[in-house]
Design a protein around this ligand. Sequence first.
Ligand SMILES: [Mg+2]
Length: 182
Amino acid sequence: MMATNGKEACGLNGDAPSVSSNGSSDAFTKKSVVGNGVATEASSHSKLQNGGAGRDERFAFSSEPTIEDIRRMQAEFTDERNWNQFHQPRNLLLAMVGEVGEVAELFQWRGEVAEGLPDWTESEREHLAHELSDVMIYLVELAEKCHVDLPQAVLRKMALNRQKYPASKVHGSAKKYTEYKD
Ligand SMILES: [Mg+2]
């Protein structure tokens, strides 16, 4: 399925984007502070980077490109093609949802899939990587066009999520926050 305007979300396709050299995303190096003043989640990321106990076996991303790098690459890609005229928020939202559908198509009729996709071929994994990238590229551009500073918004939302779901209260439970009693 093609996205609106008959084109895929692109920008990571060999256009030799420039990537910042600071080596890490500010979003993960700054401490976020929740309402009660407790500094949180930066530490769990540090554990991943530093091989901390418990979570160091998890899959981790490369530190680049950052979300800002992705925003800039896609902006350059659309400017070079004079496509910015089509990339209003509503169009970008619909394009992103279309790409989510393309991701869903890859999982459709397979039943549950184990972490790491052990039964998928390399070609299927690469196809998934492409479609997830399309979703992310449109998400980042949608946030840009709505003037949402996405990395910082994620920090604020994670702080809210931690307040809504205190680990001590919800550990091991999949209940929605409205189902917990104080
Ligand atoms: Mg796609």
